[in-house]
Design a protein around this ligand. Structure first.
Ligand code: NAD
Ligand code: GLY
Length: 370
């Protein structure tokens, strides 16, 4: 078992990564959450039938009174209506202050479950059991929890750290192919951010990654978590450094918004965004052309889009993305701030000339020269 510690003073916790860790959840709960007598497992209608009973059995075997609740699957359900249903179920189960909420699923279940745990009875213990690759390498670590508002994604939320994270690598065996790719895009992001071992794995072992070799996937997951935990340790509430975790996300968010969140999975938009910032930095002479091409090639070989596919291209898409960028959360004094790679393993935050930004976004949308 790999154990990574997220150091955050009294909010510190352990992230445990292993195959078949869900059946050990009960004994791990006894060890890491000795005061918990009740567990409320929040999952969804896809993950629940696959792993829900295993988790419930393990917790009950450890003498913990356990309840399970399945929310509908999908980003569209990360909202107030479902959150209210979860509060109702928590109350009906009579979960007390010493109880714990276990989020079993991808980032949607983790984000909504974390917000429920943060607010129910002013906060109960929260355990993340991430089952998607994206949730294991990103959303289950760092304590950002939220629901969506009709006016935008993740607008209502909190920083609320879990008490424990159990990442079961065996659960990835049932993950649909597209969800693997979404998680791999975030892993490439960490590779560009940190360089070193994770980047070498991406450069040297792509065929093994595509074949889902268990040793290589474990290394990628563990390395990604370590990189994220290190950044969060230095800047838990995103007052500065944590922003680098948004590498590739600014253009990615613009693209997701301009296509109504219906066309691209988040990681696919991030892949296109990563190519965008690599090109921006290269054209500014701050990043090598060779590294820019290497990032593009790795993403493409992983099956991720590196530009807007022809089937999605349409008039004014670039203009709409640029419009969303100018309204982005990261705008300061009218200028969008980008996380730019300057070498593999090193990024800087800064603004870029508007004309160059427009040029690159047009290229990504297949509108160059139009
Ligand atoms: P998701 O939760 O929708 O999961 C993707 C799909 O995979 C779903 O259909 C889910 O049911 C299914 N699934 C999950 N695990 C499975 C398994 N083992 N076997 C079969 N199917 C499985 O999406 P996601 O990509 O995991 O997370 C995206 C969400 O995470 C977004 O809401 C995003 O805002 C949020 N997010 C949060 C943070 C954070 O720091 N809190 C970071 C990144 C993303
Ligand atoms: N996913 C970015 C963050 O956790 O800060």
């Amino acid at each position: 078992m790999d154990i990574i510690r997220q150091n955050l003073g009294e909010n510190s916790y352990q992230i445990l990564v292993d195959e078949d860790i869900i059946p050990k959840a009960g004994s791990l709960a006894r060890e890491y959450l000795p005061n918990t007598r009740q567990a409320f497992v929040l999952t969804n209608t896809t993950v629940g039938p696959l792993y829900g009973q295993k988790l419930v059995d393990s917790l009950e075997k450890a003498g913990i009174q356990t309840f399970i609740y399945q929310m509908p699957d999908g980003e569209d359900h990360k909202n107030f209506a479902v959150l209210n249903e979860v509060y109702d179920a928590l109350l009906e189960a009579k979960i007390e202050r010493q109880g714990s909420l276990w989020a079993l699923g991808g980032g949607v279940v983790g984000d909504l479950g974390g917000f429920a745990a943060a607010t129910y009875l002013r906060g109960i213990a929260f355990v993340q059991v991430p089952t998607s690759l994206l949730a294991q390498v990103d959303s289950s670590v760092g304590g950002k929890v939220a629901v969506n508002h009709p006016k935008g994604k993740n607008l209502i939320g909190a920083f609320y750290q879990p008490s424990l994270v159990l990442a079961d690598l065996a659960a990835l065996n049932t993950l649909p192919e597209r969800e693997w790719q979404v998680g791999l895009a975030e892993i490439v992001k960490y590779g560009v951010l940190a360089g070193g071992e994770i980047w070498q794995l991406l450069v040297n072992h792509l065929p093994l990654i595509k074949a889902k070799d268990p040793d290589v996937i474990r290394k990628l997951v563990v390395q990604s978590i370590k990189i994220k935990a290190d950044v969060v340790e230095k800047d838990e509430r995103e007052s500065g450094l944590r922003m680098i975790l948004n590498l590739g996300h600014t253009i990615g968010h613009g693209l997701e918004a301009a296509t109504g969140y219906k066309v691209f999975r988040h990681g696919e938009a991030v892949a296109i965004g990563l190519v965008g910032v690599a090109r921006l930095a290269a054209r500014l002479g701050r990043f090598s052309q060779e590294s820019c091409q290497q990032i593009t090639s790795i993403l493409a070989r992983l099956g991720l889009p590196v530009a807007v596919p022809q089937s999605v291209q349409r008039n004014n898409l670039a203009q709409e993305i640029l419009g969303h960028l100018s309204r982005d959360k990261k705008v300061q004094k009218g200028e969008v701030r980008f996380v730019l790679p300057v070498e593999i393993g090193k990024v800087e935050v800064g603004t870029v000339p508007q004309k160059l930004l427009e040029e690159i976004v047009r290229e990504l949308c297949g509108e160059a020269g139009k």
